[in-house]
Design a protein around this ligand. Structure first.
Ligand code: DX5
Ligand code: ZN
Length: 236
């Protein structure tokens, strides 16, 4: 059993690190989640894939609930890479996640879905693929957004190469959100590592999701390396 991760100080006073369970050993998800939390993670990122929006199928609300139950109140957020995410909000709320992020590409009625997530008492997030532009339209969603997730790989698989253009996109999201008075989290997901963590934070990222860079090898040392990379560049 882990203690809650809420007391873990933000990296350089502003950034959260949220390991993606996609890269963990699925045969011992609870232990893998707790290992990351005990090693200094701020919460966990659950990648839900449906075989339709993205080719692979991972897990749904029941398995996510098992992780929530195993981690004693820690933050678990669901990243729904699924079509018709509105059909799953209630199940994930019951599973005990803190936040749900849906893809703009899957939601013709994005404003309504974000409202549905908020009505369920959860933090509402919008994810955008590398090929989806960031536009001023974000301003109209600001009252309903707790998190914007900028994908820096095409969703579907862990271990892909970071798409450099994502840095500029993070900056653009951050400019728009700040211009319209939002203090929503700016999350980056895909190919995050010690090599790009500080640059992402400098461009405005406040939440970093990392799968392979956390779970491949020594989890504690990996988490330390990401934190150190940010602290070294941002705390001067
Ligand atoms: C990709 C997922 C990511 C993925 C990140 O579709 O949304 O969360 O697990 O994995 P890495 O950090 O290995 O790129
Ligand atoms: Zn993800």
């Amino acid at each position: 059993m882990s203690t809650s991760s809420n007391d873990t100080p933000l990296i350089a006073g502003k950034v959260r690190l949220l390991p993606s369970l996609l890269a963990a050993d699925f045969s011992q998800l609870g232990a893998q989640a707790n290992l990351a939390l005990e090693s200094g993670a701020h919460g966990l990122h659950a990648d839900v894939m449906d075989g339709r929006f993205v080719p692979p199928i991972t897990f749904g609300a029941d398995i996510t609930k098992a992780v929530v139950d195993a981690t004693n109140g820690a933050r678990v957020d669901a990243h729904l890479m699924i079509v018709e995410p509105e059909r799953q909000i209630e199940a994930f709320a019951k599973a005990g996640v803190r936040g749900i992020t849906v893809h703009a590409e899957t939601c013709p009625h994005l404003h309504r879905v974000l409202g549905q997530i908020r009505d369920a008492g959860l933090e509402a997030g919008v994810a955008i693929n590398p090929g989806t532009p960031v536009t001023e339209v974000l301003r109209y969603l600001v009252p309903l957004i707790d998190r914007v997730l900028v994908m820096t790989v095409n969703p579907g698989w862990g271990g892909q190469k970071f798409i450099q253009e994502g840095l500029d996109k993070v900056h653009k999201v951050s400019r728009i959100l700040h211009a319209y008075g939002s203090d929503a989290w700016i999350q980056v997901d895909g190919g995050v590592s010690p090599a790009n963590a500080a640059a992402l934070a400098k461009h405005g990222a406040t939440e970093l999701v990392a799968g392979s860079a956390v779970y491949k090898g020594d989890v504690k040392a990996n988490i330390e390396a990401i934190k150190q990379a940010i602290e070294t560049e941002l705390s001067v």
